[in-house]
Design a protein around this ligand. Sequence first.
Ligand code: HEM
Ligand code: SF4
Ligand code: SF4
Length: 503
Amino acid sequence: MRSGPVRAAWLRIEETIDPLFPGGTNPLRNLGALACLMFAALLLSGTYLYIHFDTSTDGAWPSINRLSDEQPWLGGLLRSMHRYAADLFVTFTLLHLLREWVLGHYSSFRAMTWLTGVPLLAFMYVSGIGGFWLNWDVLGQYAATASAELIDALPMLDGTLARNFLDSGAVSDRFFSLLVFIHLGVPLMLLFGLWFHLQRVTRPRILPPRALMFGQLALLAAIALAWPVTSGAPADLGRVPVALALDWFVLHPLPLATSLSAPVFWSLLAILFGVLLMLPTFPDRQREPVAVVDADNCNGCRRCVDDCPYSAITLEAHPDGKPGKQIAVVAAERCASCGICAGACPSATPFRSVIELVNGIDMPQQSVDSLRRKLVDDLARAESAPVVVFGCRHGMDVEVNRRIDVLGYNLLCIGLLPPSFIEYALRGGAAGVIVCGCADASCEFRLGNQWTRERMLGAREPHLRRTVPPDRLRVMMVGRHEQGQLDAAIDSLRQNASQGEIA
Ligand code: HEM
Ligand code: SF4
Ligand code: SF4
């Protein structure tokens, strides 16, 4: 597991605000989804604006201005929402990038997702800044001329773009249509890029949880109503615009470039993109062994394929040659070493009467066999019926609090736990079992918590058998420092221990 002061500080901040946002709605844990939501809001509101937009140089300003003047509750509101959605899109994307960087989510199995995220930044800025051109008011004039001067400073180009803005007659309708095309075409490229970005993320959360989603949309509408966006004076290329109310969220690269000079700005940008693209190439010293398939114990049931959070498993013809029979195959470079597949496999049941519990798919560093051995030994050694706590090593450390009457096991991910281990522990003499996953929406491998919950509720295979008395089991998803909640669960299981018997 990675560590470091910046990572620790970030996690601390997320955990501090967790209580304010129950049920996995912490915005810091949903930044990619919030960015997607704002992008969707941009596409929808933008479609309405485009229907009413006049793409000629003379018609652009009045057509947009009319929306604010004549339809304040529809066109005007959508115009304002479009602007603020762009501001929030940039903000959430930059925070998303920062979070993934700080948490070290850029190498090994995440390298492709990281690398396909980097171009999205460029698309985001080009479409955002390009949106201001279309208003064709003084702010649009500033955005267009400053962008053209910046592009002209690039060494490969002939430096004539800014000439298009020399005087009022210079901006032809054809040139203006090109600006419109850029503002429509680049977001489509962004959409396509986003599809690439999420190729290796199985079941990505592209929308935030419902409460957060509606809260965010309500906030967007409230901001739009409180501070409606209006046009500045129409663009006048005969004058240099002064005292502009800049939108710093989207337009910040332009004043930055002016203050630094265009060559310095481009050089810094090239270095930044270079660093972002190089990050995945640094060797990952923490790389762990990946999942291994055992041909004799794999029947090709595809449960591991369905549960793998990074699409690392495919099915191929089984080497035993039986017609139609398949076997799981792990793509090592995609594997996150989470062990969720091991918890999904039907052969992971500890009740099997074999000396060595070989699983269809397993983790060399924490096999289900090693877990069974440890559990059996610990239960045999315990003097009184202990409470068994299965935790996750990315969450609360349940091993550090091991006592004579509490047996803790930190798993690679809580999703590694085959549900049959719960019944096995109870039959082996445990007073109760606690399944202690990480806080909602904070699973390091995204799906471990969700699959565990569903397996416990019987909504996903392998499921927990109904014969397990509910009062002998606690399933809790808590932050790393919620020791009090774990202690309370241990106490309540002790009180129930004598009541529920296993059928
Ligand atoms: C247009 C901007 C972007 C959007 C809308 C976006 C959206 C998303 C979404 C929805 C996810 C899946 C989250 C989940 O299921 O938990 C994701 C994952 C990810 N994104 Fe982005 N992203 C954007 C830009 C970026 C950028 C610029 C980077 C970094 C260069 C980046 C790096 C990542 C990484 C590393 C993951 C994987 C996280 C994991 O596996 O746990 N993204 N993104
Ligand atoms: S350990 Fe298993 S579930 Fe996790 S990424 Fe690798 S193959 Fe997929
Ligand atoms: S869950 Fe187990 S048996 Fe099923 S395909 Fe995967 S490895 Fe094979």
